[in-house]
Design a protein around this ligand. Structure first.
Ligand code: 4NP
Length: 161
């Protein structure tokens, strides 16, 4: 069975998308699905390229048993060809992703909330530690549902983007 390749994207790749990637890696490990998926994350902007996660994110990922090796990077044209899904955190991410999609893009671009009505995942960058924990829990719930969909349908839900 071929692997489903998923890229989580946010503005800086130091808060929301690494929280989503950590949750996805953790859930896939717990569900025995590591052979079925590849997860990565990236930024739409270059502000934090090469940096590790925000320290608050690192603390949450540690506490949740979801820490992984990470350095922030910006999305590249080849990501649109090599990933099956690119999941953004808010409408701004979605617009930026659609605008920079190269010809020949194969990835399906969607909001991480899309199958459940859409809506933004609040950015904890501007908030406190507690907000970071809440965002992790929100993303773990969403990622768990995506894993259910991919496992059920093989191919996931129909995208609207
Ligand atoms: P993220 O959060 O997109 O969830 O990683 C942010 C990180 C950095 C900035 C904004 C949001 N920033 O303006 O530098």
């Amino acid at each position: 069975m071929s692997r489903t390749r998923v890229l989580f994207v946010c503005l800086g790749n130091i808060c929301r998308s690494p929280l989503a990637e950590g949750a996805a890696r953790k859930l896939a490990r717990e569900r025995g699905l590591l052979e079925r998926f590849d997860f990565d994350s990236a930024a739409t902007a270059g502000y934090h390229e090469g940096e590790p996660y925000d320290p608050r994110v690192e603390a949450v990922l540690k506490r949740q048993g979801a820490l992984f090796e990470h350095r922030a990077r910006r999305i590249r044209a080849e990501d649109y060809r090599s990933f099956d899904w690119i999941l953004g955190m808010d409408e701004e991410n979605l617009r930026d992703l659609q605008r920079s999609a190269p010809a020949g893009a194969r990835a399906r671009i969607a909001l991480v909330t899309e199958p459940w009505g859409g809506g933004r995942v609040t950015d904890p960058y501007y908030q406190d530690d507690w907000a970071c924990e809440q965002t992790y829990l929100e993303l773990e719930d969403l990622v768990g549902r995506w894993l259910d969909l991919w496992q059920e349908g093989g191919d996931g839900p129909a995208p609207s983007a």
